[in-house]
Every structure is written in structure tokens, then in C-alpha cells.
Design a protein around this ligand. Structure first.
Ligand code: PFF
Length: 468
């Protein structure tokens, strides 16, 4: 009896694994994972966080965190995923059954809901800005006062913010329901090249504007007096957020990676592109902001209120405005896809739901969670200015995007470094031909440096409330 039950369970499991799907190539994985990493984090969150924390010194600390924490955690997540061929929860379960570790994966899935819920609201706004740009709203004498007013009118219209969020979530769902190679990888192969071309055109335009050098100086001048504790915290949160780490997205994406692919080289390529593109996005935004005589400290509204006023001063402004908001929408979509996939993969792997059912049920659940964030953009809503000047959306951004990811990253490092073991993870990474000369260094980073550094930063942040 128990034999036949086992046999049935095995066959169910193997059908599930077989039907999970795989990236068709290493290149396909790199595009999809880079698509996840490169997103609103690079073009929306990175510039305003740099702006709020005084520029170059923040950038330097950020780069340090990417190298010392981001890259090691990325490799840890990818090797867990590929080794187990399971998503966030299942990976822990398979490596350490009958323990509490799978709860860390559960925290990741929860965090996926949390991030997707506010991320899709901002992503929805990009759709509306794209439409307005195409209508020529930002050209033909568009002033700063008008820009404030356009943003105000849009965000205080609940039907618009909630509707746009729903539209973006449906767009995401339509891709994710197509599966790994047929949906996510295919979308990345179309969207990422378009993204790169638009970005390069926009950067070329921004850095050749008169007065752009002030923007470059802001981004690269290391004035440490402007960098407080809050800045250091945000740099860590930003490094994890930007590389999609700490919540199992890279465990999930790694689980679809073929054994014959070189995992460390794929991971490093993703990290390189993500970091490079955050800097390039800075090269696009700050020169444009300074050239127009505007301030970079506008916070989350920087890319909407401030950037929208810039196109009026440019020849072919309409083209550049459409390109900019199109760029944002594409960047957001390849990331929302990965956020939804973390959640969907859990229900497919662990609950044996069909992909179709998981996609639509979870999209609906995310939408419900997104509604308060969407409504909180309205300044007269009770969800605005909830703590200090932070509205519900800001709080979701801080709680999930900074705290949850940091806590998740600590547990992932502890797990890989001390439970599953550095040797096992390195053996997994070496499959596919990687030599991995830096394996001992990686081991030290995952076992000691990353968890200790993140815990210190977390305690400090909680004690000083410096995220708010
Ligand atoms: N990395 C994305 C960005 O920078 O916009 C955000 C993100 C996507 C975070 C997926 C976490 C995640 F799992």
C-alpha cells in the first residue's frame, strides 16, 4: 500500500518537475533574469534614492554592497534553485526536509506579494504617462506647475490608479501564463533589446545637454558628509531590491536553468548588467534634471513630476518623452513578471495547481493587496501620510523592499553557508563547466561577511528608524 502510494507520489512529482519548464539556453536565462533585475528599481528607485542621499558617496557604498553582498547572495540563490529544481519554498524543503527552513521560502513568497502590490501601482502610472506623452501632453509649453497638476490629477483619481494597476497586472499575467520558455523568456527576448536601444538613445541625449556636467558631478562626486546612516541602509536595501534578491526570485529563476549552463558566469552577467544599467539610468536622469535647472531630491515623484517637464525643452521632445515612459513600462513589466512567477511557481510546485489557475488566482490576490497602495497616492486619502510623510505605498516599499528582503538575504546566506553547505553549493555551481577560482572567497562572504553585515545594518536601521 505504502509502496504504491509512494510510486504514485513519485510519478506526480516527476510529472510536475517535467512540466515545470526550462530556459531554452543560458542566453535566454540571462535575458529573463536581467529583465527581472533591471526594472523600476534601476530607473525609478535608484535615481531618487541617490538624490535623497546626496549623490556620489551613496553610489560608492551601493557598489560596495553589490560586490560584497549582492553577488554572493545571487550565486547562493541560483545554486539552490538549480540544484533542487524547485522554487522558493520547495528548494528549502528538498534540501532540508522536516525543518523550519521552508518558512524562509514562504517569507519570500509573501514578500513577492508585498512588492508586486506596490510595484504594479507605479508600473500602472507609467502606462498613463506613456499615453499622455504620446498625446503630446509634455511638449508645447509644458511647465513645472502643470506637471505637478497632471500628477496630482492622476494620483487623486482612484478609478485611474486602481484601473491602471489592474491593467498592468493583467499584462503581467498574460505573459506568465505562457510558461517559462514560451512566455517569460519569449517576452524578455523581445522586450530587453528594445529596452537597451531606447536607453542608449536617451542617455546619448541627456549627457550632451548643455549643463549636463553638473548631473554627472552629482552622481560621481564622493561627498561623504551628505551620507548618513539612512543612506547606508538604503544602499543595502537598494542593492538587494535591484538584483531581485532575498525573496527567492533568483531561486525560482535558477530552478529553470539547465545543468549544462555555466551558472556563475550567467549570474555575474546579470549582476553586471543590473548595476551597469542603474548607473546608466543615473546618467540619463541627473544630467537631464540639472540641465533643466531642477532639483534631484524629489523622492519617488522624481521620474514623473520632474522628468515630465524636461521634454518640452528638447527638440523632438515628444519622441523622447514616449521613449522614456515606454522604457519605464518595459522595465517594469519584465520585473513584475518575475515577481508573479515567484508566487505562481510556489502554487505549481508545492500545491500542484495548474499554471493557469495559479496565475489568475494570484493576480487577483495581488490586485486586492495593491488597492490600498493605489488609493494612498491620493493626498486626501486616509492612507496618505500614514507614518511621517509616508503613504501606504511608501510603507509597503520600505517594509517589503527593504526589511523583508534584508531578512530573507540573511537567512538564505545562513542556510547556504551553514546548513546546505558551501561545498554542496560550489559543486552545484561547478556543474556546467565553471572553474570558480574564487570559491573560498565566496564561502567566506556567504558564511560570515554577508549575514553579519546585513544584520548590523538591519539592527541599526530598526534602532534609528532611519528608513522612514
Ligand atoms: N529588481 C527589480 C527592480 O530593480 O525593479 C525589482 C524586483 C523584482 C525585486 C523581482 C524583487 C524581485 F523578486
Amino acid at each position: 500500500m505504502s509502496r504504491s502510494t509512494n510510486a504514485t507520489e513519485d510519478s506526480i512529482l516527476s510529472t510536475n518537475v517535467a512540466s515545470r519548464g526550462k530556459w531554452s539556453s543560458k542566453f535566454g536565462f540571462v535575458l529573463a533574469a536581467a529583465g527581472s533585475a533591471i526594472g523600476l528599481g534601476n530607473i525609478w528607485r535608484f535615481p531618487y534614492t541617490v538624490g535623497e542621499n546626496g549623490g556620489g558617496a551613496f553610489v560608492l557604498v551601493y557598489l560596495l554592497f553589490v560586490a560584497l553582498i549582492g553577488v554572493p547572495v545571487l550565486l547562493a540563490e541560483l545554486s539552490m534553485g538549480r540544484s533542487t529544481e524547485r522554487s522558493a519554498v520547495g528548494a528549502f524543503k528538498k534540501l532540508m526536509p522536516d525543518s523550519w527552513w521552508p518558512a524562509v521560502g514562504g517569507l519570500g513568497v509573501l514578500c513577492g506579494f508585498g512588492i508586486l502590490s506596490f510595484y504594479s501601482v507605479i508600473a500602472g502610472l507609467t502606462l498613463s504617462y506613456l499615453y499622455m506623452a504620446a498625446q503630446g501632453k509634455f511638449t508645447g509649453g509644458f511647465t513645472g506647475a502643470e506637471s505637478e497638476q497632471v500628477f496630482g490629477a492622476l494620483t487623486s483619481n482612484p478609478l485611474a490608479t486602481v484601473g491602471l494597476t489592474a491593467a498592468f497586472l493583467v499584462l503581467t499575467a498574460l505573459v506568465v501564463r505562457g510558461g517559462i520558455s514560451g512566455g517569460i523568456e519569449r517576452a524578455a527576448k523581445i522586450l530587453m533589446p528594445i529596452f537597451l536601444v531606447i536607453l542608449l538613445i536617451l542617455v546619448g541625449r541627456a549627457v550632451t545637454l548643455p549643463g549636463a556636467d553638473e548631473g554627472l558631478r552629482f552622481l560621481f562626486a564622493f561627498d561623504f558628509s551628505k551620507l548618513g546612516a539612512a543612506g547606508i541602509m538604503s544602499a543595502l536595501g537598494q542593492a538587494l531590491f535591484s538584483m531581485s534578491l532575498g525573496m527567492g526570485a533568483m531561486i525560482t529563476y535558477g530552478s529553470y536553468l539547465r545543468k549544462e549552463d555555466n551558472l556563475p558566469s550567467a549570474g555575474l552577467t546579470v549582476a553586471f548588467f543590473d548595476t551597469g544599467l542603474a548607473l546608466v539610468a543615473g546618467l540619463m536622469i541627473f544630467p537631464a534634471v540639472f540641465a533643466a535647472g531642477l532639483e534631484p531630491e524629489a523622492g519617488p515623484k522624481l521620474i514623473f513630476i520632474v522628468m515630465a517637464t524636461i521634454f518640452d525643452t528638447l527638440p523632438f521632445g515628444l519622441f523622447f518623452a514616449v521613449a522614456f515612459y515606454g522604457l519605464l513600462a518595459i522595465a517594469a513589466l519584465t520585473s513584475t513578471i518575475s515577481l508573479l512567477e515567484v508566487i505562481v511557481a510556489y502554487f505549481v510546485d508545492e500545491r500542484s495547481w495548474t499554471r493557469e489557475k495559479a496565475v489568475w488566482m494570484m493576480t487577483a490576490a495581488c490586485f486586492a493587496l495593491a488597492v490600498p497602495s493605489a488609493l494612498s497616492l491620493n493626498p486626501s486619502s486616509s492612507l496618505a501620510d500614514m507614518v511621517d510623510t509616508n503613504d501606504f505605498l511608501d510603507l509597503a516599499n520600505i517594509v517589503f523592499g527593504n526589511y523583508f528582503l534584508s531578512i530573507g538575504a540573511v537567512f538564505i546566506c545562513l542556510f547556504v553557508g551553514w546548513k546546505w553547505g558551501v561545498a554542496n553549493a560550489v559543486a552545484e555551481m561547478r556543474q556546467g563547466g565553471a572553474k570558480l577560482f574564487a570559491a573560498p572567497l565566496w564561502g567566506v562572504l556567504v558564511r560570515y561577511v554577508c549575514p553579519v553585515a546585513v544584520i548590523i545594518v538591519l539592527i541599526y536601521a530598526a534602532a534609528t528608524n532611519s528608513y522612514l
